[in-house]
Design a protein around this ligand. Structure first.
Ligand SMILES: C[S@@+](CC[C@H](N)C(=O)[O-])C[C@H]1O[C@@H](n2cnc3c(N)ncnc32)[C@H](O)[C@@H]1O
Length: 284
């Protein structure tokens, strides 16, 4: 409930936020998300003592540091995730890395494997990937690996960097990985587990907005995981993004998207491998 001092969100104000959020993050709220914006920004308005949504909108617009825009996108974005979400993707990754049998062009004869978790939320995806890669490359000590994990939300990235999960959230992690890659810690008085430094040292967490016109990565990736992120973007935005992902994959590298997503409606240069998995043509 908003306090009496905050004026309710009008349709016109909603449209202003909607346009701003779309322009800055690609998140396409549609016409029907007024209640979501009202509720999620309402908290911010009350804590900042803004009298109206319009006053808050103007504050965000005039904040040249961009910090408040960051808070606004944080409040709006949906960060749902869990460890080993959509487990087939991890099995696929392990399979490609271990045996190269699913694609003879991509065999781990290269000396370094690079992975990008784009839209990593609170860290569950990159940490699950890291366990999978570490385990799969165990018999190949000559192959190093590193991972970039990015998100637009600084709040989520702070959590991701800690790599601390409440014990009950480890239920989807294979048991041998639980034993191998976590150590027990107390966090906020709760029994938790933290990802070992052995894994963490391979991962670089960074804030990156997928709407940036230029991607500043000089070297290509073998795997890009962008799962359950594009679902919030419209077709045009998805198409532009997939085009950039394709440019940043090494030849024969893979793009993996969420299970409720598909590239069917957009034009792209990638080869379909199986549902939600695409590959850049060429030899690795
Ligand atoms: C639903 S979570 C998905 C997390 C994980 N990939 C998974 O599948 O479990 C979507 C994430 O995308 C991020 N996101 C949304 N728009 C973004 C953008 N323009 N740039 C970067 N990250 C974005 C959100 O902050 C959120 O953490």
């Amino acid at each position: 409930m908003l306090t009496e001092t905050v004026r309710d969100l009008t349709r016109e104000e909603y449209e202003l936020f909607r346009e701003m959020i779309y322009a800055k993050s690609g998140i396409n709220l549609g016409q029907e998300k007024m209640q979501l914006v009202r509720a999620r920004l309402g908290k911010r308005l009350r804590s900042g003592e803004f009298r109206s949504y319009r006053a808050y909108y103007e504050f965000v617009q005039n904040d040249s540091t961009g910090r408040e825009l960051c808070h606004l996108i944080d409040a709006i974005s949906t960060n749902t995730t869990h460890l080993f979400r959509e487990v087939q993707h991890f099995e696929f990754l392990a399979d490609v890395l271990k045996r190269g049998t699913s694609d003879r062009r991509w065999h781990p004869t290269r000396s370094e494997v690079t992975i990008w978790s784009a839209g990593c939320s609170s860290g569950e995806e990159p940490h699950s990937l890291a366990m999978t890669v570490h385990d799969a490359l165990q018999p190949h000590p000559g192959i190093s690996w590193r991972m970039l994990a990015t998100d637009i939300s600084t709040r989520m990235l702070d959590r991701a960097r800690q790599g601390i999960y409440e014990l009950h959230r480890l239920g989807t992690v294979p048991e041998r990985f639980q034993r191998r890659y976590f150590r027990r810690v107390q966090h906020n008085r709760a029994a938790c587990a933290q990802v070992t430094p052995e894994l963490q040292r391979h991962i670089t967490f960074a804030r990156f907005n997928l709407m940036e016109s230029r991607f500043p990565f000089t070297r290509g990736f073998d795997f890009i995981f962008c799962r359950n992120v594009m679902i919030y973007f419209d077709r045009q935005t998805q198409e532009a993004l997939v085009h950039k992902f394709a440019e940043h994959l090494r030849p024969a590298g893979y793009l993996l998207i969420g299970h409720s997503e598909s590239l069917n409606a957009i034009e792209h240069s990638l080869t379909y491998v199986r549902p939600t998995i695409y590959q850049r043509p060429g030899n690795g």
